[in-house]
Write a new protein. Structure first.
Length: 201
């Protein structure tokens, strides 16, 4: 075989080899599984409003209110509207609204409840926000109560000294509301609850 034929033959073999190699060549690659997320909604907000049952000898509480007998002007009596927070994990803002009475007034508002400044409120309605967001881990709870009991808005009330002596006494009315704090500022949270709070009856 002459050199020319040998060169053509070797060239043909190299071409066939190159074609065969390129046919078996694989790019480096890999695939992953699909990432499926699971979303769990936070715990539903659950609160209760009650006060000490003055007829109970065991420290019981009532959601129905009390009947006060022999109330005297200027003499304080026990009244402690209290919110219990029954939501294990969801952080929340808590508000309390008080419709003032022309006859009865709280002795002192607990400083942990911050007055909401809202000039559009009816003159006899005051709204207070608990000073911090809460969940069941952030409040020292009463061991006798399920959930986390916040400090009372106030602990005593008094019949005004200028009461006219009639048997009809206008009552203080209190309501409470809570809303998630995630995604909301204090002002936005209040705006969401304002209509309910103002309607305290």
């Amino acid at each position: 075989m002459n050199k020319k034929k040998l060169g053509v033959t070797l060239g043909s073999l190299a071409l066939v080899g190159a074609i065969g190699f390129s046919a078996t060549l694989a790019y480096l690659s890999d695939q992953t599984q699909t990432l499926n997320n699971t979303f769990v909604i936070g715990d539903k907000i659950d609160i209760e409003l009650d006060e000490k049952d003055i007829t109970s000898t065991t420290g019981g509480r009532t959601q129905d209110g009390n009947k006060y007998l022999n109330v005297l002007p200027g003499v304080a009596f026990e009244k402690d509207p209290t919110v219990t927070f029954n939501t294990p994990t969801t952080d929340a803002y808590v508000f309390m609204a008080m419709k003032e009475s022309k006859d009865v007034t709280p002795v002192e508002i607990n400083p942990l409840w911050v007055k909401v400044e809202d000039k559009t409120l009816p003159e006899n309605v005051k709204v207070y926000r608990y000073h911090t967001t809460i969940n069941n881990d952030t409040v020292d709870s009463n061991p006798n109560v399920d959930g986390s009991q916040l400090p009372a808005l106030f602990t005593e009330a008094v019949l005004r000294a200028n009461h006219d002596g009639s048997s009809s006494i206008d009552n203080i009315k209190v309501s409470a509301a809570a809303i998630q704090s995630g995604g909301l500022t204090e002002d936005q949270a209040y705006a969401q609850l304002r209509d309910f709070l103002v309607s305290v009856e």
